[in-house]
Design a protein around this ligand. Structure first.
Ligand SMILES: [Zn+2]
Length: 344
């Protein structure tokens, strides 16, 4: 199995590749990033490589309608160089589908125009599209793998529909503080109090899921809300009679915002590899405070790896080598031309 964290500007674009039980290569593309120039420079190369190798995008997941996730998919669907028949299925929670209309049409800040464009392109190319994934707590079998949805569900959307509409992150960056200063200066946050968690409706609509295959488990959290992920993860733990879940890789929610990963969520997960996807050019994300949260969690067992798809973002955080030694973590960044890849 291989995960590619593709450079996607301040957004997300991840390509998960695995061989199914018949040894056929399968690909799941999650989101497409933001800018056309990034699409042309990075994601497009990945798709052309798939075409060269005669592989498909077996599943395309658009986590939500925010531009930093959906725009790259629009460029992909409009690109005359790409044969759209390689896209075999799409999950897209387009807000005008039946499910969303059940939520009394809230007044929220979702990029409606982009969603309509993408939905029209999906219709035009007759790509099988499933936009009811959030109706039930679905477990989906996918070429031998198991996908369990963690966000969103209809009750979550109802709960957040009147919440703040703006995707607010920190008003200034925290990069001039050392990890030690952030840990000492934020005792409440690191004890799970006053975390000021994201409750925006647009991020409440984000798909998040657990992917399991060949004894490997990955969490793809989109921009989802920590509270929603946590409550649905707790249901899975109860079903499996577990206290915590072993995860090989987490794609952290919302470009490394400290407001989308709570201490109580971290307490449910045994994991030492975390991915932050952003070029660091939006909303002061990632927050260095999130790294302090990860390093302060109760379940830390071995050397943590906090991985960046942009070297610039890692440098921006200004983490001192002696702090990496002291707190026992590494910050790998950008290991191939299109971002970061991990074999597992
Ligand atoms: Zn985003």
């Amino acid at each position: 199995m291989e995960l590619r964290v593709i450079k996607a500007g301040n957004g997300d674009s991840l390509l998960l590749k695995f061989k199914d039980l018949t040894n056929k290569k399968r690909n799941i593309l999650i989101d497409g990033g933001n800018k056309k120039s990034d699409y042309n420079k990075y994601l497009k190369n990945e798709i052309l490589e798939l075409i060269r190798l005669k592989e498909n995008i077996d599943l395309l997941i658009i986590t939500h309608n925010d531009q930093d996730h959906i725009k790259g998919i629009e460029y992909l669907l409009k690109d005359p160089d790409i044969d759209k028949s390689i896209i075999k299925s799409i999950w897209f929670n387009y807000f005008k589908n039946e499910t969303f209309s059940n939520v009394n049409k809230p007044n929220y800040d979702i990029s409606t125009a982009d969603a309509i464009k993408v939905q029209n392109l999906i219709n035009e190319y007759k790509i099988p599209s499933f936009n009811k994934t959030l109706e039930t707590r679905k477990k989906i079998k996918f070429f031998g793998s198991k996908i369990t949805l963690l966000s969103p569900f209809i009750e979550n959307l109802t709960q957040y529909k009147d919440k703040q509409t703006v995707d607010v992150s920190a008003t200034s960056d925290d990069y001039n503080y050392t990890i030690s200063e952030l840990i000492k200066g934020n005792p409440n946050v690191l004890n799970g109090i006053d975390e000021n968690l994201d409750d925006s409706f647009s991020n409440a609509t984000s798909i998040a899921f657990l992917f399991e295959y060949n004894n490997k488990s990955l969490l793809f959290l989109g921009d989802a809300l920590s509270e929603i992920i946590e409550s649905n993860l707790r249901s899975i733990l109860t079903e499996r009679n577990l206290e915590s879940i072993k995860i090989d890789i987490i794609k952290l929610s919302h470009h490394g915002s400290s407001r989308n990963t709570s201490m109580s969520l971290l307490d449910l997960i045994d994991c030492d590899t975390f991915i932050i996807s952003t070029n660091g050019k939006k909303a002061n994300l990632p927050n260095k405070l999130l790294i302090s949260k990860i390093l302060s969690r109760s379940r830390k067992v071995s050397t943590d790896r906090i991985i960046f798809n942009y070297l610039d973002t890692m440098n921006l955080l200004n983490i001192k080598e002696k702090e990496k030694m002291y707190y026992d973590f590494e910050t790998p960044a950008e290991n191939y031309k299109n971002g970061y890849f991990i074999k597992l």
